[in-house]
Design a protein around this ligand. Structure first.
Ligand code: FES
Length: 133
């Protein structure tokens, strides 16, 4: 059988990091993937402009779980501004790549993160202007 997923994808799929929710989250991003209907909720906790914690709940395929897990790892310790520039491709690359037909799954991670940041900025009364679409 052709090997489709990298070791890292399998690892993050089998042992996803940061599963769950943050009760007192600073921002929450809820997204659905129009391609397949899978959904993701991403929670971030921000202190002094730094993302100190991130968790997720994803009902989706293996690639969606793995990218959700990776994005929560990638954002921890980053400033809100730095986190805004994390793209779905960066998440996929951090996982050692995804099969082409599963690349759309990583869009959930990017959009979930962007929405969580937007939610945080809104709740904390910060300007939304520089949030990338
Ligand atoms: Fe739905 Fe992967 S098939 S996110």
């Amino acid at each position: 059988m052709e090997r489709e997923y990298s070791e890292k994808v399998m690892d993050h799929f089998r042992n996803p990091r940061n599963v769950g929710e943050i009760k007192d989250a600073s921002g929450i991003g809820k997204v659905g993937n129009p391609v397949c209907g899978d959904i993701m909720n991403l929670y971030i906790k921000v202190e002094n402009d730094v993302i100190v914690n991130a968790k997720f709940k994803t009902m989706g395929c293996g690639a969606a779980i793995a990218t959700s897990s990776m994005v929560t790892e990638l954002v921890k310790g980053k400033t809100v501004k730095e986190a805004q520039s994390i793209s779905n491709r960066a998440v996929a690359e951090a996982l050692g790549g995804l099969p082409k037909i599963k690349l759309h799954c990583s869009v959930l991670a990017e959009e979930g993160l962007k929405l969580a940041i937007k939610d945080y900025l809104k709740k904390s009364g910060k300007p939304l202007d520089d949030v990338k679409k």
